[in-house]
Design a protein around this ligand. Structure first.
Ligand SMILES: Cc1ncc(COP(=O)(O)O)c(C=O)c1O
Length: 922
């Protein structure tokens, strides 16, 4: 049915006066949206489904229009002869017209839409509740989407067989009622009003008999395709379903096995479609989602899922009766602090779980997030303990916490069923009672044999000992706080959440000091190139160029701590640290550049470099380059021209700043081989300046633009032009210098030039405020015309020992060479990704200062870059956009970055781009 025929049928047979007709997508049917002269909207559908099944669908629509007030369904329109279906020739012979149900689709959103779980769960539950009394002879039994048919549908794929077997095993003994269900209450088929306050269901093509609870499983499976707090929405959907159509215990227990089954059926179905029709665009677009959904369904262990489902439908008993302590004399036993901020995790110790044999007597805290070794791997770690542990002397008496039946008792492991409700799992205790015995509260049931673990649970289902963050409130009901069993007060509430903290920050830290991300995680620890939030989730840090040695570096911490105890004063005193560090810095510089000024930041260094150049030349003008950032002080800000940082930058520069266009070979006026024209044009500009300039200040690699290399020979020619006018050449190495480029320690080496003045900071202090200006003896002495120079904290003993410790550690760890090797691997990997993902453009930079363009030279895609960075955060990777167009991913991690982390980063970026492309094709 082409558009012309659709219009003709709509007008001649269904009596519509069609003003506009547009094609809609469709899985099996051909669909057109028809808007009438009066503005009414209809869908003209041509289907290959048997007529009897279409009549059943129409009957269901009529039935539901009558029966349901809480969501809308399309109403079938009859032909002028009173028929529901018109027959035509072709592959889709049956044409119907139904009313159009307006609303928004949540399916295309990357992060799950808040409230969508409740909205879809309600529709799903209401649908089942109402369809329970619907039947029609035209309904077809045993279709591929009926989850009862999963063994047949999945049969052809042996890789899915064992997964299906595990799911079948979980439901084998469950009694699941059967009725007519819609069969596809998913985000594809439910439209929502604003704030999810309205819902309409739009596709009844899968209406058929099946298990009632299969309706819910299908709905839940569709939610798994999003990022964000998906499980919370899934559980809200379960609760909302249950509120409309109460689930029996067996049905609740079947939910997750059926979610897995639905995911397997989707996977098998897609594989079959693509085997027969490898170019099927619809199937190709859905593929990444099916894979993701299956992976997520399988990632949740069945027991864990069952506990969550039973809790969501309030089928877990809540114990009200009090409990007594199982251990005496632990009220004051020290708590073992395993939180992210605990000092016991310092210096990378968190990478090994503590061995109880090495610990003194102690008790752990229930429910408080811990830093666990998995946090470095990119998974969201199971960091929340649902029980309490203790290291106790062996042989300590253990008492029954309540009147209980001993369910199992083996050396080291016991389970008690409490008579008034609840279960206790105990590890590390040698029982003195036997399975089957009943024990009154307070009787001795055994003695400690080693490290103890005690966990309460509301059901006789083996609970997870640790869970991922996100569902703490639910788990607190399922596995309540056992502190009372240790004779201790309940675990205190945790501190402010990331959102609360960020809100408090906005109230007191002037918001012009932006923060990364709209809803930033609360980061409280770092180790090398990893950052950790308060819940123990690890993030790969691809942005912290300042922490060149990585975070939490013990050699720097030790140097600071020792020096603070020893002496911290100003540089007018005579102490060794300033000499040692200044000598070390000068040794790193070309001959002749051996006079060091120590300051506290890059801005200060650039500002001081401007003052020195002006004093040394007796002039005031500075030549700078557009799209650069040099700092926040009055002087360094004056020569900062990046409109990405300051939208007014180009209009508000003072008259002493003379701007050269950025020699951007990728996006500027001269591109590629033409980029050689920038240098002569710049030289001409400098030669023609009416006032001879004091200096040129520029970066040797275009840092702010995302690591774009200057054209070959550019600085050689421009430095010559400046010097020809008697000016000085200042290299701002704050961002790109100090080893990060791998091949070179300083950026100017890449351009084969030697500046007169070097300004450096950032990496020098590994995050401690430390900057320097390094110049020649002659230039430094000419600065003396302005009197003496003094900075209260610049060059302090503490700053100097930090500087020396950083240089020593860089050498000990071979970090510059590492930047070269790892940087090459990373750049290669990025280029390989760019070859597969058209949204990735050029890869700039060298070593571990790289930039990846999102979009082309004339189509910078800031929204795309932002979206990629946000999605990467959900994958546990921190990257930010840079450049005037904010479209370049700047990649400048600590130089500790290793090859496994490179692989993790590339995999995360690949995943994010794959999902984003697939979403765009939906
Ligand atoms: C090239 C360059 N120069 C100077 C600065 C200013 O350094 P700071 O932030 O330490 O004041 C920066 C900061 O980003 C920079 O990138």
């Amino acid at each position: 049915m082409d558009a012309a025929l659709a219009r003709q049928i709509a007008e001649e047979r269904f009596g519509l006066s069609v003003a506009r007709l547009t094609e809609l997508g469709g899985n099996e049917d051909l669909n057109y949206l028809a808007v009438t002269q009066e503005g009414a909207r209809y869908v003209v559908k041509a289907s290959a489904t048997p007529r009897s099944a279409l009549e059943a669908q129409s009957a269901a629509l009529d039935f539901l229009t009558e029966a349901v007030a809480t969501f809308d369904v399309p109403s079938p329109r009859l032909t002028m002869d009173g028929e529901a279906v018109v027959e035509i020739d072709g592959t889709h012979p049956f044409v119907r017209v139904i009313s159009f149900v307006p609303g928004d689709m949540s399916v295309g959103s990357r992060r799950i839409v808040p409230g969508v779980g409740t909205a879809l769960g309600s529709v799903s539950g209401e649908m089942v509740a109402k369809l329970a009394s619907f039947s029609h002879p035209g309904l077809v039994e045993g279709g591929d989407w009926d989850l009862r048919e999963a063994p047949r549908v999945v049969a052809g794929d042996p890789s899915l067989g064992s997964l299906l077997a595990a799911s079948l095993e979980r439901t084998a003994r469950l009694a699941l009622p059967v009725q007519v269900i819609h069969g596809d209450i998913t985000e594809d088929n439910v439209v929502l009003g604003e704030d999810s306050d309205f819902a309409g269901v739009i596709d009844f093509g899968d209406l058929a008999p099946s298990w009632a609870v299969a309706e819910l499983a299908v709905t839940l499976t569709s939610l798994l395709a999003h990022d964000g707090p998906v499980m919370a929405e899934v559980l809200d959907a379960v609760a909302a379903f249950h509120a409309r159509r109460p689930l029996a215990l067996d049905e609740a227990r079947a939910i997750w096995p059926l979610v897995v089954r639905r995911a397997l059926v989707l996977e098998a179905g897609a594989a079959r479609v693509l085997a027969g029709d490898p170019d099927n665009a619809y199937a190709i677009a859905r593929r990444p989602f099916e894979r993701l959904v299956l992976a997520r369904a399988l990632a949740l262990p069945y027991d864990e899922a069952e506990l969550l489902m039973l809790d969501a439908v309030a089928l877990l008993p809540r114990r009200e009766a009090p409990l007594v302590r199982m251990f005496a004399g632990l009220g004051d036993t020290p708590e073992l602090d395993l939180a992210v901020t605990s000092p016991m995790h310092d210096a990378g110790a968190w990478l090994t779980r503590p061995n109880p044999d090495d610990l003194p007597e102690c008790v752990t805290r229930y429910g408080a997030p811990q830093l666990v070794p998995d946090a470095a791997t990119g998974v969201v770690p199971r960091s929340i303990p649902l029980g309490m542990g203790a290291v106790l002397a062996p042989g300590k008496a253990v008492f029954a916490p309540a009147h209980a039946l001993v369910r199992s008792a083996e050396p080291g492991a016991m389970v008690l069923a409490l008579v008034d409700g609840g279960w206790v799992n105990i590890l590390g205790v040698d029982p003195e009672v036997e399975a089957g015995e009943t024990v009154p509260a307070g009787t001795v049931i055994g003695s400690t044999s080693g490290a103890v673990w005690v966990q309460l649970c509301a059901a006789p289902i083996s609970p997870p000992r640790y869970v991922q963050p996100g569902l703490e409130d639910r788990w607190a009901r399922i596995c309540p706080d056992p502190s009372v069993l240790f004779g201790r007060d309940p675990a205190p509430a945790s501190g402010p959440t990331a959102d609360e903290l960020s809100e408090a920050r906005d109230a007191v830290v002037a918001t012009v000091q932006e923060h990364y991300y709209e809803r930033p995680p609360r980061i409280e620890r770092g180790w090398r190139h990893h950052l950790f939030d308060d819940h123990g989730r690890g993030y790969l840090d691809m942005v912290n160029n300042v922490a060149i040695l990585g975070h939490g570096e013990p050699r720097v911490a030790d140097a600071v701590s020792r020096q603070l105890r020893l002496l911290n004063t100003n540089s007018r005193f005579n102490y060794a640290a300033i000499v040692e560090f200044s000598q070390a810095l000068a040794r790193r510089c070309p001959p002749g550049l051996d006079q060091v000024f120590l300051v506290n930041s890059g801005s200060e260094a650039v500002d001081l470099a401007i003052r020195i150049a002006r004093a040394a030349t007796g002039r005031s003008d500075i030549v700078a380059i557009t799209e650069a950032y040099h700092g926040w002080t009055v002087g360094s800000d004056a020569i900062s021209t990046s409109i990405g940082d300051n939208p007014r930058a180009l209009d508000t520069r003072p008259s002493w700043v003379k701007l050269l266009p950025t020699p951007n070979a990728f996006r500027g006026a001269h591109r590629g081989a033409d980029a050689g024209r920038y240098a002569p044009e710049a030289a001409e500009f400098i030669a023609a300046l009416p006032e001879a300039p004091a200096a040129l200040v520029c970066e040797p690699i275009f840092g702010n633009g995302g690591g774009i290399l200057l054209p070959h020979g550019y600085l050689r020619d421009v430095y010559a032009a400046i010097r020809a006018r008697g000016g000085l050449c200042v290299s701002d190495e704050v961002q790109v210098g100090y080893g990060r480029l791998g091949e070179h320690f300083w950026g100017f080496e890449q351009q084969e030039v030697v500046p007169d003045v070097i300004a450096v900071a950032k990496a020098m202090g590994n995050g401690h405020p430390l900057g320097a200006v390094i110049t020649t003896r002659d230039i430094a002495s000419r600065f003396a015309v302005e009197g003496s120079f003094f900075s209260s904290a610049g060059g302090s003993p503490v700053s100097c020992v930090v500087g020396s410790a950083v240089l020593r550690a860089m050498e000990e760890d071979g970090l510059q060479e590492r930047a070269r090797v790892v940087g090459l691997e990373l750049a290669d990997g990025l280029r390989a990704l760019a070859a597969r993902h058209p949204r990735l453009g050029a890869v700039h930079g060298m070593g571990l200062y790289l930039g990846v363009e999102i979009g082309g030279p004339d189509s910078p895609d800031a929204d795309g870059a932002r979206e990629i960075c946000d999605a990467l955060l959900d994958e546990g990777v921190i990257v930010q956009p840079t450049g005037d167009h904010k479209n370049v991913l700047k990649i400048k991690p600590p130089l500790t970055l290793d090859l496994p982390s490179v692989a993790r980063f590339l995999a995360a970026l690949d995943h994010v781009l794959t999902m984003s492309d697939a979403r765009a094709r939906l």
